[in-house]
Design a binder for this molecule. Sequence first.
Ligand SMILES: Nc1ncnc2c1ncn2[C@@H]1O[C@H](COP(=O)(O)OP(=O)(O)OP(=O)(O)O)[C@@H](O)[C@H]1O
Ligand SMILES: [Mg+2]
Length: 268
Amino acid sequence: MTAAPLFEVRAAGKVFGGRPAIADLSFSVCRGEFLAVLGPSGAGKTTLFRCLAGLIPMDSGQALLSGADVAGFKGRQRRRIAVVFQQFNLVNRLSALDNVLAGRLGYVPAWRGWLRRFERADVLLALECLERVGLLAQASQRADTLSGGQQQRVAIARALAQRAELIIADEPVASVDPHIGAGILELLRSICHAQQDGLAVICSLHQPHFAKQFADRVVGLVDGRIVLDVAGADFDEASLQHVYGQTASPAQTPDGRQATLASASALA
Ligand SMILES: Nc1ncnc2c1ncn2[C@@H]1O[C@H](COP(=O)(O)OP(=O)(O)OP(=O)(O)O)[C@@H](O)[C@H]1O
Ligand SMILES: [Mg+2]
């Protein structure tokens, strides 16, 4: 990890219908850092991520990637940030390899993308990315025949092929079972910590024990504001109550039980 932040969020704000979804949010992430964002439903995690990825404009504040304002990113620059979604967002009828090659769109001439005629180097890179996520054998398999966990790995391979510097993952393990989810977070963490890529991961989760287990740092969001920013190892029951205890409805595990670090761990 280097001292200079890779990504810096300054006083980010977004209002919907007069109500702030996120307000005055500031934090930064270094290369090699895995940052987990926790918070109850409606806390503003997805809104924050959509703003950070440039999918929707912020109403106030800035997000800077290596000092450059994300709001001004056009074309190829937008590829510097990759987004991994809960529902994978693959093209179902295309193979795993073609989905990963989609990460190269923006780097190759448009006609190559339309005809799906990629250079040998791009195909090799895509295959290498599939190998890194453990899916080389599934390269030619249609995306919609892959399991949910495999589809999420393809989405991560696509982010790698994109040569993204920052991966923003919104609940990447919400649609898979806890065992597969742990494998995906382990993969994201290993990519994040790999010196060769020098990237960072910002990942929202609804499983506090996963945040503690995998994240270098945990940020807690309540009502659009940061209420907690601690090292993953220091995230404890008091942190959990701080994030989820302030809301009218109690924090719940995916199966509907009230979340504690102990009860949530039992799910893994
Ligand atoms: N396009 C929109 N129009 C109006 N309100 C919105 C819009 N998107 C989000 N909101 C509101 O902003 C608030 C934050 O929503 P957001 O989806 O960011 O929460 P979240 O933390 O991601 O929740 P969850 O954990 O359930 O995914 C909510 O009150 C939501 O209704
Ligand atoms: Mg959300």
